[in-house]
Design a protein around this ligand. Structure first.
Ligand SMILES: [Zn+2]
Length: 480
């Protein structure tokens, strides 16, 4: 295959919306889903004379993101005007940062696809900027509508080094980045709502060549797997071009996910001259060492540290830890249950089993989940000390989800506490033997394998309350 002669070289630019209540340079709300153009004011509508005022919260979140990604935060950074004309950009420029960005020189560690070895993908820079508005092309026939609710929403742009060599590694980089930003609580990082957007620069070169080939930029991907498929498609296209003696042209391409192809964008991005110059309405952003140091001190625990700690504290295997720590809320819920119950294994099984199943079935996230960690821990204790059987525990859990009541109360209300009482179990066993004469006769004649069937009948009769161990013991004495 000629493809093996070539190497893929990818750098990613990720735009992330910061989780602030108000916009970057005015007091308008950042609410997603508000009616069009409701969240606007003279500043973000670019009315003459309106002046931007920097949102301090946005600076805090951007700094936290930069520190969490191992970047150096620069004591002085400068806002700049990025000039271009577009209908959804009322000012005719976007406030961004150019030659003096907020932060530089970080990295993200991923597990390489082939070897599993740790691979560090460099981060060139992280800068602050504002979002543009939104052009809506498909709602009104023959017309384009403009919604400026998004204009002025604070973003950070995270630019990677061209260190990525496969579509799978690009996917791993993005998933890791998203996870870190979730742990840092700086963004909702939702591709569906547009709070995380990815552009990819990709070029191809013969294996062993150090000089970079001509790159293209691929946009319009709306999922991480879409990014991977777009990179594979563009790699194929560039390889085929070079194979046939052609040349790659620098251009912007749009990913068409429905047809799984890239096609040229109508705008000629490559030829843009943004005529950057320092924003005259904003002073340089100055951050002193103490402020940056405090921000670093208050960083939350990051995914890698949490994986290591939970693995050690609760004896959970590495592959299981990956799933458990995928989202910070789930990891926190697990840890609370594990600590309160003192049983990491059982907590893991319940959280990854029953809890996730309920969340999936209801489409809710943990913030709307009615079973508190302390209550689930108590249920685990009831199972461990034999008060509630495994079978009944599932029923108790379902009722806890429904009612939000603690497990002991649910078990008492529903009569689901396990019965170890000899007389009660003996009565159920006798009844079952009478009600199923055929099985009883064969079992008592020595057909041992029917014991499981009979235990099942007793469990059903007792609505899961009988202690199966005692039922087995009792049947054995009858059979013998
Ligand atoms: Zn505004």
């Amino acid at each position: 295959m000629s493809r093996e002669r070539f190497e893929m070289v990818v750098g990613l630019e990720v735009h992330v919306q910061l989780k602030t209540r108000t916009k970057a340079f005015c007091a308008c709300s950042t609410d997603f889903g508000a009616p069009p153009n409701v969240n606007t004011c003279p500043v973000c509508l670019a009315l003459p004379g309106a002046l931007p005022v920097l949102n301090e919260r946005a600076v805090e979140l951007a700094t936290r993101a930069a520190l969490g990604l191992g970047c150096q935060v620069n004591p002085v950074s400068v806002f700049a005007r990025k000039n271009y004309f577009y209908p959804d950009l009322p000012k005719g420029y976007q406030i961004s940062q150019f030659d003096q960005p907020l932060a530089t020189g970080g990295f993200i560690a991923i597990a390489a696809k082939d070897s599993g070895a740790e691979l560090k993908i460099g981060i060139t820079r992280l800068h602050m900027e504002e979002d543009a508005g939104k052009s809506i092309h498909d709602r009104y026939p023959g017309a384009t509508a403009i919604d400026l609710n998004r204009a002025g929403v604070p973003l950070i742009e995270i630019v990677s080094e061209p260190d990525i060599r496969s579509s799978a590694d690009a996917g791993a980089y993005l998933r890791t980045l998203k996870q870190i930003l979730q742990y840092l609580e700086v963004s909702d990082v939702s591709m569906e709502e547009g709070s995380l957007r990815v552009d990819a620069n990709i070029s191809v070169r013969p294996q062993g060549q150090s000089r970079l080939g001509t790159k293209t930029e691929v946009k319009n991907m709306n999922s991480f797997s879409g990014v991977e498929r777009a990179l594979d498609a563009e790699f194929e296209r560039q390889c085929a071009l070079l194979d046939s003696g052609g040349k790659v042209e620098q251009q912007t391409l749009l990913w068409d996910g429905a047809r799984e192809v890239v096609r040229p964008s109508r705008t000629k991005e490559g030829s843009h001259d943004y005529r950057y110059f320092p924003e005259p309405d904003l002073r340089p952003l100055m951050l002193d060492d103490k402020w940056i140091g405090d921000a670093r001190k208050h960083l939350p625990e990051l995914p890698d540290a949490r994986k290591k700690r939970l693995g050690q504290d609760f004896g959970i295997a590495p592959i299981e830890i990956e799933q458990l720590t995928a989202a910070p809320a789930l990891a926190e819920y697990f840890e609370a249950v594990a600590r309160a119950s003192g049983d990491g294994k059982a907590a893991y099984n319940w959280v990854m089993g029953e809890v996730l199943a309920v969340l999936k079935a209801t489409g809710n996230d943990l913030s709307h989940f009615r079973v508190r960690p302390a209550d689930l821990a108590q249920l685990l204790s009831l199972v461990r000390d034999g008060t509630v059987s495994h079978t009944a525990a599932k029923r108790v859990f379902a009722l806890m989800v429904e009612t939000g009541k603690p497990p002991a109360q649910v078990a008492a209300d529903e009569g689901l506490s396990q019965v170890g009482d000899e007389d009660a179990i003996a009565t159920w066993v006798d009844e079952v033997l009478v009600e199923h004469p055929e099985e009883a006769k064969r079992y008592l004649a020595g057909e041992k394998k029917l014991q499981g069937v009979l235990v099942g009948f007793v469990m059903k009769k007792s609505k899961g309350r009988a202690d199966p161990k005692r039922v087995n013991q009792l049947l054995s004495t009858r059979g013998g």
